[in-house]
Design a protein around this ligand. Structure first.
Ligand code: FES
Length: 115
């Protein structure tokens, strides 16, 4: 499979409270990424915690904290706002996840790694 800087999925496959993982590439660089569907919006980020740089999900595709709303890094427990990627609790308060562009084309969610 050829990687690209764009990932697509059918919106109905990403239920409210759900997330999905994927990989994006631009030139020789590639990143792991994820998208979440929360409060009617879709938000996507590079899957890399700004604290130490590990992926957020120790268990694959587990990004939500126990409250089902905020995002959590499984390594040391940093808590992130799902709509902004801003860390609001834990060891890197004020840092942000790297945001990816998300747009909707009809029934399709399109995530793009900005170049
Ligand atoms: S690596 Fe995410 S909180 Fe430490």
């Amino acid at each position: 499979m050829t990687l690209s800087a764009e990932w697509r999925c059918v919106a109905s496959e990403l239920a409210p409270g759900a997330s999905a993982k994927f990989r994006l590439a631009r030139g020789a660089r590639a990143v792991d990424a994820f998208v979440v569907h929360v409060d009617g919006g879709y938000h996507a980020y590079v899957n890399c915690c700004p604290h130490v740089g590990t992926p957020l999900d120790l268990w694959p595709n587990e990004f939500f904290a126990e409250d089902g709303r905020t995002l959590v890094c499984a390594t040391h427990g940093a808590i992130y706002e799902p709509d902004t990627g801003r860390c609001i609790g834990g060891p890197c308060v004020g840092d942000r996840l790297e945001r990816l562009d998300v747009r909707r084309e009809g029934d399709t969610i399109v995530v793009t790694w900005p170049g």
